[in-house]
Design a protein around this ligand. Structure first.
Ligand code: BGP
Length: 488
């Protein structure tokens, strides 16, 4: 049993993203997205995130003319688009109170620039949200989860173009108006801090279209456009859906110093400050002084139109959401240290922590630290919208999947949340990532499985797509039914 008390209002559930789950990549009027063009790279080490995420203009040209769904696995996902009713039944069976999903911009505006929305796209999500409510499941909706219409990359290299702000606001206004009364929890940009780690997925930006000396400045320019768009969408939401709540969303890459040497501690402080710049902007409504100083030194600051900073300052978020998978380590002697893979970043190996097959360092205590630190920094409600362990799950002869390691991972991380709540953090809810097996963002694998529900689909997109409850399914149902008290 757990001796932690979770609020009665605590939103237990799960999280997926449209581009990694829906499939139906070219159905019902949907346009091509950046996710449809990210090729699986089985020949690349799954810990080599730069290589996995690198996308060139030539890659996009090849993808644009391909109908291959094995090579581009996000095109098939786990077929959620056609199976969501069955999936929602399974989630309701676990007792979900919330499900985090995203709306694919290119289902609503196929090229991102149309004046009129695609009704079939709007109807899909309306049906999805209504079916969720029928089962007592609250939607938590991400507007932009690595799903940019590819046409906007063609048009102006994605978010580098300021015109994308208006295109995005037409999309956000359209969905706010259509889903008013169905959706009251919103997030603008998924892991907005990942812009520099994979600019194509996050912002539709192809680096090879920017001269090397201009790349950093153009990425800040694209990010600035996202910050302005996020603030204006927050204003729209408040005007259209009074009482709705908007959250920012960052990857919490908690970083420890390798030793108590002051130099290592300073390096860790710098890493953590850099990570939280993005939530700082959306919570405090201004670019932090240390970032401005670095722009002055480098000349890489974005051009800002008159009124931009006023907009960013006036429309801040209501809550802070984040993904948490692991912690990282920095060292003044990094060059001489063993490296580990990480969720989109890499760092020095922490000898005190186990690592997953994909090199992610498992650190439940780090989640308590992250929550308490964010609570003290922002004094706002917090929402853990991604957490989980990717692992290979294989059904045994009887079709059973005993994912005890995943149960142990979640047991420890739920305890960590309880400890943070005990420590004064206001936590709204918890939506473990990939609550049903979906395509991995970084590796494109189905075999990197996160779900309480197994999907019979392999890395080549082959299988029956049948859903199978894992052992963790019944365990999580019990956790939810006891509001976090019974974790055994
Ligand atoms: C986060 C993304 C999610 C999800 C998660 C797991 O960065 O927001 O979309 O994919 O990482 O990573 P992966 O799927 O690469 O295992």
């Amino acid at each position: 049993m757990s001796n932690f008390i979770f609020p009665e209002t605590f939103l237990w559930g799960g999280a997926i993203a449209a581009n990694q789950a829906e499939g139906a990549w070219n159905e019902d009027g949907k346009g091509l997205t950046v996710a449809d063009c990210v090729r699986r790279k089985p020949d690349v080490d799954v810990k080599d995130y730069q290589a996995l995420h690198a996308v060139s203009s030539a890659d996009v040209e090849a993808a644009r003319h391909s109908t291959d769904t094995a090579l581009y696995p996000k095109r098939h996902g786990n077929d959620f688009y056609h199976r969501y009713v069955e999936d929602l039944d399974l989630m309701a069976e676990m007792g979900f109170k919330v499900l985090r999903v995203s709306i694919q911009w290119a289902r609503i505006f196929p090229n991102g620039v149309e004046e009129q929305p695609n009704e079939k796209g709007l109807l899909f999500y309306e049906n999805l949200f209504r079916e969720m409510h029928r089962r007592g499941i609250e939607p938590l909706v991400t507007l932009h989860h690595y799903e940019m219409p590819l046409h906007l990359t063609d048009l102006c290299n994605g978010w580098c173009g300021r015109e994308v702000i208006d295109h995005f606001l037409r999309f956000s206004e359209t969905v706010f108006r259509r889903y008013r009364g169905l959706v009251r929890y919103w997030l603008t940009f998924n892991e907005i801090d990942s812009a520099f780690r994979h600019p194509f997925s996050t912002m539709g930006v192809l680096l090879d279209r920017i001269p090397p000396g201009q790349q950093e400045r153009m990425l800040w320019q694209a990010l600035h456009h996202q910050f302005v768009a996020s603030a204006l969408a927050t204003r729209q939401m408040r005007e259209i859906i009074p009482g709705a709540q908007m959250g920012c969303m960052v990857t919490r890459r908690l970083t420890y110093p390798e030793t108590c040497a002051p130099e290592d501690c300073l390096l860790a402080l710098a890493e953590n400050r850099d990570n939280l710049v993005y939530s700082d902007v959306q919570v405090f409504g201004a670019y932090p002084a240390h970032l401005r100083r670095s722009w002055e030194r480098s000349g890489n600051g974005p051009e800002m139109a008159r009124g931009d900073e006023e907009i960013i300052s006036r429309h801040c978020v209501d809550f802070v959401s984040f993904s948490y998978y692991m912690s990282m380590v920095v060292s003044r002697n990094a060059a001489a240290r063993e490296k580990v893979g990480g969720n989109l970043t890499t760092g020095v190996k922490n000898p005190h922590l186990p690592t997953s097959e994909w090199g992610w360092q498992v650190d439940p205590t780090g989640l308590t630290i992250a929550l308490l630190d964010l609570a003290d920094r922002y004094r706002k409600p917090l929402f853990i919208v991604e957490n989980g362990l990717g692992m290979r799950d294989t059904p045994d002869g009887a079709g059973r999947i005993d994912d005890d390691a995943r149960i142990a991972y979640f047991r420890a991380h739920i305890r960590a949340i309880g400890a943070a709540i005990e420590g004064g953090a206001e936590v709204m809810g918890y939506t473990p990532w990939g609550c049903i097996d979906i395509v991995s963002l970084s590796t494109g694998q189905m075999s990197k499985r996160y779900g309480f529900i197994y999907v019979d689909c392999d890395d080549e997109g082959q299988g029956t797509f049948r859903r199978i409850r894992k052992k963790s399914f019944a365990w999580y149902r019990k956790v939810i039914a006891t509001n976090g008290r019974d974790l055994d």
